[in-house]
Design a protein around this ligand. Structure first.
Ligand code: SF4
Length: 454
């Protein structure tokens, strides 16, 4: 059967002969990227061809992000560009939860669907550019289509969130926590590993809450039962023998249970925990766990159990009502916690977030000034922690080769958000390979070294 026997553009039911082309824009966080991958996998399964340019495509799909006002503005700009260059546009993703904001600006978009509404997206595509009668499933590799490089992949274990952080509208957009059964996640992981993936990046809105909605129900995986529980799933993923990195872990006490898995080398010694602030009073207004003194003790304990653990976090400065004293508390906490990698956002009043009414808005110039002070303080901490790696040997996964120098990441660096390791090597390295690298130099964010062991 010819794989290009696809629908004609004029036939509503889709006749053989013409390949339909879809151009795709994916904005937002890794969770949105996973949604994009699912949609693209479906499109490819039905014989659509993906194209990088809007002009000449049968339609453009825009997966939007609606978390912050700046993300909304970026989404609207992407829709505007797609309308100007093509004119047939389907919008999906977080901003789709507020269709009026889109249709007021762009009344001629073909359809607006919300996050994870895969069926509605496919219906809109079918209406605008009908598919072939029979889907050509064999166009799709069993692991689906990945938008990330082949050697790493995001693994989404749940949707939605049961927390109600006052600055966040994600539960409103995406609903309460819905976890995938453990066997389902493990089957996907198995396919990815079989396809050559060397690093699995576990994501969700709240990874440590995994399975709460399922009451931790077990499902059958390779003749045994695996509970839908953070610890059990992490342990089972560790059996694939690839790097497993845990993202978006909420600081619940039971997170402590996975640290021994890290010490044993089953999952990467890396925790991405958005702490958001260091002052208990601000955390209370944020409606997040507030015992930061205890958190410091827990961090110290994690480091005792697993000295190599890398801690990444994000913070918000300029939260409504944040006083200079609260900000100073945050800086002091930061010094004490001595985290490896840190991101910082200036508070933005997201429409519909309760936080907007919880205190006086911090003026923009104060937010800006605090952000700089915060970044300066953390930069010194990160640089100090990186420096300790000089002279050590690190496993480095190679992401790219640029001008004869390989760029990769150590176990302490997640793609996109953390630093890199720049590697010189006598033998040419390949993308996706894991090399042993002797670290010779460190700068504010990155490490530099030479591949050894051959
Ligand atoms: S845990 Fe994350 S997704 Fe859930 S409400 Fe808080 S910030 Fe939003």
């Amino acid at each position: 059967m010819p794989t290009n026997a696809l629908p004609s553009p004029d036939s509503p039911s889709g006749e053989p002969g013409i390949v339909r082309k879809v151009s795709y824009v994916s904005l937002g966080c890794p969770k949105a990227l996973v949604d994009s991958e699912r949609i693209i996998t479906r499109l490819r399964a039905e014989g659509y061809e993906l194209t990088r340019t809007h002009a000449g495509a049968d339609l453009v799909l825009v997966n939007t992000c609606g978390f912050l006002d700046s993300a909304k503005a970026e989404s609207l700009a992407a829709i505007g560009e797609a309308m100007a260059e093509n004119g047939k546009v389907v919008v999906t993703g977080c901003m789709g939860a507020e269709p009026d904001a889109i249709t007021e600006r762009f009344p001629n978009v073909l359809a607006v669907t919300g996050p994870q509404q895969y069926e509605s997206v496919m219906e809109a595509v079918h209406r605008a550019a009908p598919p072939a009668h029979a889907p050509f499933v064999d166009l799709v590799p069993p692991q689906g289509i990945k938008l990330t490089p082949r050697h790493y992949a995001y693994l989404k274990i749940s949707e939605g969130c049961n927390n109600r952080c006052s600055f966040c509208i994600i539960p409103k957009l995406r609903g309460d926590l819905v976890s995938r059964p453990a066997a389902d996640v493990l089957r996907e992981a198995e396919k990815l590993v079989a396809a050559g993936v060397k690093e699995l990046l576990v994501i969700s809105q709240d990874t440590s809450a995994y399975g709460v909605d399922l009451k931790y129900a077990a499902s059958v995986w390779r003749d045994r039962e695996v509970r839908a529980k953070f610890l059990d799933l992490s342990s089972a993923l560790g059996e694939f023998g690839v790097w497993v990195r845990l993202h978006y872990v909420y600081p619940y006490p039971h997170v402590d249970e996975v640290i021994p898995l890290m010490a044993e080398g089953r999952v990467l010694p890396y925790l991405d925990i958005p702490f958001q602030h260091g002052a208990t009073s601000v955390l209370q207004r944020m409606r997040r766990p507030g015992a930061q003194e205890k958190t410091l003790q827990r961090i110290a304990r994690w480091r005792e159990l697993c000295p190599d653990i890398a801690l990444r976090s994000t913070f918000i400065v300029g939260f409504p009502g944040e006083t200079e004293q609260e900000f100073e508390e945050l800086l002091a906490w930061l010094d004490e916690a001595s985290l490896d990698r840190v991101g910082c956002f200036k508070y933005e009043p997201v429409k519909g977030a309760p936080a907007n009414d919880l205190g006086a808005a911090v003026p923009d110039d104060v937010k800006e000034e605090r952000w700089h002070r915060f970044m300066q303080r953390q930069q010194a901490i990160s640089a100090r922690r990186l420096k300790r790696k000089i002279g050590t040997r690190q496993q480095v996964i190679i992401d790219a080769i640029e001008g004869g120098i390989a760029r990769g990441r150590s176990k302490a660096d997640a793609p996109e958000i953390d630093g890199s390791v720049h590697v010189v090597s006598r033998r040419p390295l390949r993308v996706g390979e894991i090399a042993t690298v002797k670290i010779e130099r460190a700068d504010a964010y990155d490490l530099h070294g030479t591949a050894v062991g051959f």
